[in-house]
Design a protein around this ligand. Structure first.
Ligand code: FAD
Length: 497
């Protein structure tokens, strides 16, 4: 409540925030988590908590009046539709040169993502987090994160026979015919549950097109893993529909945190002030960067250093589709959960997820989300009373060039072409977006080597903002493992005097 004092306040309930809350609570510290999105624990009038990807309703988007689907067109037709303005689950946050997709609600990105749970190849780790001891990460923190998240891999024998991964088998065939390594990719979806969906003995979720606006079954989101364990300690409280707007030094020590309570149409019903001994920024790369850049510029946290807002990257994301021949159908039934990729990182700087296109009809399309070694980095800055990001769409060109090292070759080998109808008319590359924002408060630059913000003792960054723009694979396992590493050190050194 207003005027309260808490030992530890965590801003955001995604991966970094959930790890911090669990470990602090286990160490005996009472934790209050503030989350701007909804709780996502109550069914709507249709009996479901989440809406289907094929029928986006008020629950789909964060305060938009029209959907902004990552694939804007299909067969030449725009597919976005009008929706009531509501604190929905997926935020398509527009900056001038890029739209950044993020989850909103208790569980953060785990509510909306594909669940691909990938540990970077060890030889690439030095470029991902140069100041972090790789032995510790691969011996202790990556295993701890994978266990905590409930990561598993598809049964290869089932993969070879089930209808719902026909699209991925076509992806494998085309990759291998062109000489590219095809790899299975772990995921946090419950693979046994998916088998039951396919057998008709469980309610369908992955096989019913659910993903981008939440899965009603099957997916082990943070609500089912870290946050469930955190709540079970009895020491963690979560306030959904509350947004942190300010953090500043309190006169008696600790920090004053200003929090707005939101309505489901985005209005502010109350403004509350609490004090906290320690504050953990876990609002995601964009959320944490926006807060820190504003708080430094407005003088609320004047001692933050000049690295705040810098080193932001899009994990090199770029999407594309290929049009297959009639003898290579990808299947009318496609699981929404990706399970495989094409690894051309060493030779071409690209790791491509073989992604589903779950339209419910045969499309003869192969669809890919590529993660590339795009070297471009953006910066957040404060101007005209708001935070801007200077990323330009043209900065995706290196990503496109890297993705082409795979798909130009496959097209040439198969005698196929790119789809030009998915991102507009006659547009091949989905270069306007990212699902993987990273950086803005980089480890060992804006913070020390464990996430303590320079200039203000008791303030920490513990989310994707710490990672300097690229993880070489999908990011959430690395975000979780880094949070496990940092919180262990912080608890030992700062909370056990
Ligand atoms: P987040 O998970 O983004 O959590 C931050 C939380 O803070 C959010 O809940 C937000 O609402 C809240 N917040 C923000 N600002 C405030 C504020 N001022 N006050 C209060 N609360 C605030 N990654 C993978 O590894 N594998 C995948 O398959 C994958 N697929 C993806 C698919 C989609 C569509 C998207 C959008 C992302 C995907 N990702 C995937 C990326 C992954 O979800 C993110 O990297 C991850 O969630 C980031 O974790 P985080 O802890 O940094 O922050």
């Amino acid at each position: 409540g207003n005027g309260a004092h808490v030992p530890a306040l965590v801003i955001g309930t995604g991966y970094g925030g959930s790890v911090a809350a669990l470990r602090l609570a286990q160490a005996g510290v009472d934790v209050h988590m503030i989350e701007m999105g909804m709780a996502w624990d109550t069914p709507g009038s249709d009996g479901k908590i989440f809406c289907a990807t094929t029928a986006p309703d008020y629950r789909s988007y964060w305060l938009r009046t029209k959907t902004k689907q990552p694939l804007s067109n299909f067969l030449g037709f725009p597919i976005d539709r009008e929706i009531p303005k509501y604190t929905g689950i997926l935020d398509a946050e527009d900056f001038s040169g890029i739209t950044v997709y993020q989850g909103r609600g208790v569980g953060g990105g785990s509510l909306v993502n594909g669940g691909m749970a990938v540990t970077p190849r060890r030889e690439n780790f030095g470029a991902v987090l140069p100041s972090v001891n790789a032995d510790e990460m691969y011996n202790v923190y990556y295993p701890r994160a994978n266990t905590g998240l409930g990561v598993g891999t598809i049964d290869p024998a089932w993969f070879d026979t089930t209808d719902c991964y026909q699209f991925a088998r076509v992806g494998r065939k085309h990759a291998q015919r062109s000489g590219f390594p095809f790899v299975f990719v772990p995921d946090v979806y419950d693979w046994d549950y998916m088998k039951r969906e396919a057998a008709g003995t469980a309610t369908r979720s992955a096989l019913a097109g659910e993903i981008l606006y939440g899965n009603n079954h099957g997916k082990k989101t943070l609500q089912h893993t870290y946050l469930a364990r955190a709540k079970a300690t009895g020491r963690v409280n979560i306030s959904p529909l509350h947004r942190v707007t300010s953090v500043s030094a309190a006169s008696g020590g600790g920090y004053t945190v200003v929090i707005e309570q939101l309505t489901t149409s985005g209005g502010v019903t109350a403004t509350k002030t609490v004090t906290a001994d320690r504050v953990f920024f876990a609002a995601g790369s964009v959320g944490t960067s926006k807060l820190l850049v504003k708080l430094k510029a407005t003088g609320a946290l004047p001692n933050l250093n000049s690295e705040v807002g810098k080193g932001w990257g899009d994990n090199g994301n770029v999407m594309c589709g290929r049009a297959n021949h009639m003898w290579d159908p990808t299947g009318a039934l496609q699981s929404t959960i990706p399970c495989s990729g094409i690894d051309n990182w060493a030779a071409g700087g690209v790791f491509a997820e073989v992604a589903p296109l779950p339209t419910g009809i045969e499309t003869y399309a192969s669809f890919y989300l590529s993660i590339t070694k795009n070297p471009n980095r953006g910066q957040f800055s404060w101007s005209g009373g708001k935070v801007d990001l200077n990323w330009q769409t043209a900065w995706k060109q290196p990503a496109i060039d890297m993705a082409k090292t795979i798909f130009d070759k496959i097209n040439s080998k198969e005698g196929t072409i790119y789809r030009t109808d998915l991102f507009g008319t006659y547009k091949i590359w989905g270069d306007h977006l990212t699902y993987h924002p990273l950086g803005g408060a980089v480890l060992n630059k804006a913070t020390d080597n464990h996430g303590r913000l320079h200039g203000h003792p008791g303030l920490y960054v513990i989310d994707g903002a710490l990672i300097p723009g690229n993880t070489s694979v999908n990011p959430f396992v690395t975000i979780t493992a880094l949070a496990e590493r940092n919180i262990e050190k912080i608890i030992a050194a700062d909370l056990r005097p």
